[in-house]
Design a protein around this ligand. Sequence first.
Ligand code: ADP
Length: 301
Amino acid sequence: MKIGILSQEPKCYSTTHLVEAAKERGHDVNVIDTLRCYMNITSAKPSMHYKGELLYDYDAIIPRIGSSITFYGTSVVRHFEMMGVFSVNESVSISRSRDKLRSLQLLSRKGIGLPVTGFARSPDDIDDLITMVGGPPVVIKLLEGTQGIGVVLAETKGAAESVIEAFMGLNVNILIQEFIREAAGSDVRCFVVGDRVVGAMKRQAKEGEFRSNLHRGGEAVPTKITPLERRTAVQAAKIMGLNIAGVDILRSSRGPLVMEVNSSPGLKGIEAATGKNIAGMIIEFIEKNARPNKTKTRGKG
Ligand code: ADP
């Protein structure tokens, strides 16, 4: 098969390992710089251009779209879908997963365990909002933050009010969330491929920090997940419409709570923690599922 990896980071571990895994399994693979793809949308037959050439005979693409280029990146993925190329994660699903609020709304409708979360616009509603999520301490999150940036723990009502007021004053959208203390600075990343969790790791925040992101100094160790955690992760990925997903779960006293579903989960941490060839599993999934025009939405919606 001819596989394209859409990535702006040809040298990063996730990209290089996907390339290796595809080659090992006998495929023709190229890393395509997402921002150098340009689209012909006017003609009846949509085409994709790249550095002066036409990209036309790909069987599948693996989108690795950085959060800073979500709009352009998902447009490129959608255009491939329009051309009938199988994308391992579809553009619509990637867009959904990039908006934390939209993701939580979709998950809540289907009864997935979630931290109690509030969303408001007017500073007049801050008081009730804090009460609604169970009172302080509360976690305040920028809607479009990643890698733990823009996630704040406010211990007291006063602190929560001032942080929320400050964010609202800056005109950015934020979520207010119940603080899951019993997670004790850790979360579980479940790596989903298709309808299976193929690997899981527990990330533990460094001393004095509640955010377990590896980018914030968190440490990853393998963990055994419960059947309920497994089911929750698979269901969450399915609701988002993602074939490949990193589902982040907080272990709470009332069971697994989904915090976030990532559409371009990194491979380095999870492969190191589990010793598994997850890139190989992604390629295997493509072998089994990629057919021309098989993308469910074909970019609609
Ligand atoms: P990002 O997308 O920026 O990584 P997250 O929502 O995943 O933001 O939050 C970053 C980290 O903060 C999580 O990995 C988790 O360790 C911690 N965290 C987030 N929300 C909560 C919460 N409601 N209760 C306890 N810890 C949380």
